[in-house]
Design a protein around this ligand. Structure first.
Ligand SMILES: [Zn+2]
Length: 334
């Protein structure tokens, strides 16, 4: 059992450490270490889909992890994903057609070298790779082309069916329920860990399915991002109610060590797309209304090029300062 977990289930939260809001309801406990959530970061509304409601982000006093509180109940999360986040929700539009073309083009391979490879699409290699949260299987095609023997894991049946149509093996049950025929050499969690209600358990489950020298590749937003300061509650990576955790290099490293991973390396990136999305949210987002401009290909592409080519020294400098918008993390099982 990794250190720090032994007492987690029996820990009582000292009442004096629980902050009250205007004298009313108690705050919760951390989804990782069960420590008290004491520092209120801020309250947010959804700037992408126009989902109703105000969501709060708090920080754990013990492990410092920022997290949404309260976390929606599993049934509510499932319904939110099915209504707003499902691959089946958008298909065959100009935006999705252009996106499909772009991801299979030479231009994309050049772009990720320049902009940051959030999905590890530029890595070539061999061995068994599992893409956890593989969606409709676009990444699987790229990993397979790069030399890996690939499988996917996707809880959305609609998206999994699409990936299977492309010829891939896709598991639709959680990693914790896998019965292994053979361990995996690489597990990819591209923009997934921040969505997971129990990130430590997710990492423990992944470690179990990896081969002795297996690798884990993670990407997620950086809670110390310069864009978070610049855009405040319009920062696109708050992404309530879907982003449950907000990781910093320190909190994600601690979590991975707790799950037993070693050789943890972190690089910082600021993808132009994320900058563009924060700008669009800042200009157009209105509470309770979907921000349709996030799906406007002309606007998005114009901003992408403007940001990448006019603002590249700023993006580079912020990455160097440890204030990039995204984290690329690689680690080994042993
Ligand atoms: Zn904690």
């Amino acid at each position: 059992m990794p250190s720090g977990l032994e007492n987690s289930t029996t820990l009582e939260v000292p009442a004096t450490l629980i902050r009250k809001e205007s004298g009313d309801r108690d705050r919760g406990v951390c989804i990782v270490c069960r420590g008290p959530l004491v520092q209120h970061v801020d309250s947010f509304y959804d700037t992408r889909f126009g989902i109703d409601g105000k969501y709060e982000v708090w920080r754990c006093s013990r492990c410092q992890l920022e997290q949404m509180f309260p976390v929606p109940a599993p049934a509510q999360l499932k319904s939110l994903y099915e209504s707003h986040y499902n691959f089946g929700g958008e298909k065959g539009t100009l935006y999705t057609n252009l996106r499909e073309w772009f991801f299979s083009s030479f231009l994309y391979r050049m772009w990720i070298r320049l902009d940051g490879d959030l999905s590890f699409h530029g890595r070539k290699g061999t061995g068994r790779l599992i893409d956890i949260g593989c969606n409709e299987g676009r990444g699987l095609q790229i990993y397979a082309r790069n030399g890996f023997q690939v499988e996917g894991c996707e809880l959305s049946e609609t998206a999994a069916a699409e990936a299977r149509d492309r010829g891939f093996i896709v598991h639709t049950h959680p990693v914790g329920e896998f019965t292994l025929s053979a361990p995996y050499d690489v597990a990819v969690l591209s923009n997934v860990l921040e969505h997971v209600p129990d990130p430590l358990q997710m990492l423990l489950d992944i470690r179990r399915i990896l081969s002795p020298k297996g690798q884990l590749w993670i990407s997620c937003p950086n809670s110390q991002s310069w864009l978070r300061n610049m855009f405040g509650r319009y920062w696109i990576n708050w992404h309530v109610p879907f982003h449950i955790s907000q990781f910093s290099p320190q909190t994600v490293t601690a979590l991975m060590e707790q799950a037993g991973f070693t050789t943890i390396e972190i690089r910082q990136v600021t993808p132009a797309l994320w900058v563009a999305m924060s700008i669009i949210a800042k200009v157009f987002a209105k509470k309770g209304q979907p921000t349709r401009q996030l799906r406007n290909p002309v606007l998005v592409v114009a901003l992408l090029f403007l940001i990448r080519f006019a603002a590249f020294p700023v993006l580079w400098l912020q990455n160097m300062r440890g204030r990039g918008d995204g984290l690329l993390i690689t680690a080994s099982k042993a």
